[in-house]
Design a protein around this ligand. Structure first.
Ligand SMILES: C[S@@+](CC[C@H](N)C(=O)[O-])C[C@H]1O[C@@H](n2cnc3c(N)ncnc32)[C@H](O)[C@@H]1O
Length: 434
């Protein structure tokens, strides 16, 4: 860590110790954001800006004393950072994710049981087919290609604002080839590269945490080059993994809602996870281009429906519904949420409802966790504090109190890194046991 950053971190930590009543301490494991993962094998295959770093997962695996007999759960799996690490460490784990695009991205990123030499040969021949398909249609328009193969344009609103017609034409030609691959493992790997490519080739700001259009860009977009680079990187990583001869852990990835854990898992020994933060970030909104391009969704209402079920940020219809709702904290956590509820209600009905829905759903998740854990249980929830309508939301402290309310012991709150240079914003891990 640079000296100024270290100073900020120390100051922040001191302030923090004064504000929380739980045991807390700072641990310096460097940047815990997604950026670190972009430099690591497998993690770099798919980009999700709110994901956490592989180094943080490695730290938590040790900190929580995980071993080959402990079943680890990540109930908010995202793109699978936790399971990629547990698999590498030979540890059994289950991941649950609500968003079908992210569920598939995580599942396919765990497709490691391939033969390196056979994969290389397959990639060579498949890329040659894709290159030929694109060359063959070079002079044709998007409409001609769509008509000649009976293809469908992504059912997303304003499709040409997302992709230029010539870019979309190439993406659709690649998709046609990828969807027709018969070998399941290879199709999954190519699918993952294409899903990542679809966003990287869209007219959006790519380094932004949330999605915004980049209407005036002059960026050269070359679908084939981008796709080939991704597939080659994946092939390199898989060949290295095959050489490592490691004993990989068992993993399973489930599409589900972690407010109802008992529907999917039992006998969980550890949790390593990062739920959404109360910061207005909508995972459905940011994955929309891929959900529609990969034909997971074919009707516009599907993304709004999913957004209504998710914990955390909303957009569009889900936000309108939230605005109109009359929400109160659940009875069991009313005293924990009351000060926040009173303060937010005076400032903004929407932010009030947003925060109350967020914590009510997290509490429902904690109650469902209580039913599926096996003692001695330990867990770590990585969260960030937020500011809503000028009101500080101490997510970690509220979460810790909710865990206590449900019978868990809060061992400590680890302070990981101060985010964004703004005072009093922290990334912390709430460590619990039973
Ligand atoms: C902070 S992200 C997790 C990122 C993950 N740690 C990674 O490194 O990729 C939180 C995830 O929770 C998911 N989510 C939101 N509500 C959910 C629910 N009710 N059940 C399961 N997953 C949910 C979101 O779709 C999102 O992928």
């Amino acid at each position: 860590m640079a000296a100024t950053q270290l100073h900020l971190f120390e100051v922040a930590t001191k302030t923090y110790h004064q504000t929380v009543s739980f045991p807390s301490r700072a641990v310096d494991i460097g940047d815990v954001t997604f950026l670190d993962g972009q430099k690591e094998p497998v993690h770099r295959w798919f980009r999700l800006t709110p994901s956490y770093s592989p180094a943080l997962v490695r730290f938590l695996i040790e900190h929580l004393d995980c071993n080959r007999t402990t079943l680890i759960l990540d109930p908010f799996l995202g793109k699978g950072t936790t399971l990629i690490e547990t698999k590498r460490h030979g540890l059994p784990a289950v991941g649950i994710e609500l968003n079908p695009l992210l569920k598939l991205a995580a599942e396919y990123a765990l497709t490691w049981e391939v033969n390196g030499a056979e994969l290389e040969a397959f990639v060579r021949s498949q890329l040659a087919r894709i290159r030929a398909a694109i060359a063959q249609h070079h002079q044709k328009s998007l409409e001609e290609v769509v008509a000649s193969y009976g293809l469908r344009l992504p059912a997303i609103h304003n499709v040409f604002r997302w992709w230029r017609p010539e870019v979309l034409k190439d993406l659709l030609l690649v998709r046609r080839e990828v969807f027709s691959i018969e070998e399941v493992a290879y199709r999954q790997l190519f699918w993952l590269a294409l899903a990542a490519c679809a966003l990287d080739c869209a007219n959006v700001h790519r380094n932004h945490p949330t999605i915004t259009f980049d209407d005036d860009h002059t960026r050269q977009i070359d679908v084939l080059r981008d796709f080939e680079a991704k597939i080659r990187r994946m092939t390199d990583d898989l060949c290295d993994l095959a050489l490592s001869s490691a004993d990989f852990g068992q993993t399973s990835v489930i599409l589900g809602n972690s407010v109802h854990l008992a529907d999917y898992v039992s006998q969980v020994d550890r949790v390593i996870t990062s739920p959404p933060y109360p910061n207005r970030f909508s995972y459905v909104h940011t994955t929309r281009p891929q959900l529609f391009f990969m034909e997971i969704f074919n009707a516009a209402h599907q993304s709004a429906d999913l957004d209504c079920q998710a914990i955390g940020g909303t957009w569009g219809r889900a936000t309108s519904e939230l605005y109109a709702a009359h929400l109160e904290p659940e009875a069991a956590i009313a005293s924990i949420l009351q000060p926040l509820s009173l303060e937010l209600r005076q400032r903004s009905q929407l932010m009030h409802n947003y925060a109350i829905k967020y914590f009510n759903m997290l509490y429902a998740h904690i109650e469902s966790l209580r039913k599926v854990v096996r003692r001695p249980f330990r867990g770590a929830y990585v969260v960030g504090n937020s500011r809503l309508s000028g009101v500080e939301v101490h997510t970690d402290v509220l979460l810790a109190r909710m865990f206590e309310q449900c019978g868990f012991k809060v061992d400590e709150i680890l302070i990981l890194r101060k985010r964004g240079g703004r005072k009093k914003l922290f990334e912390t891990a709430v460590c619990i046991s039973l």
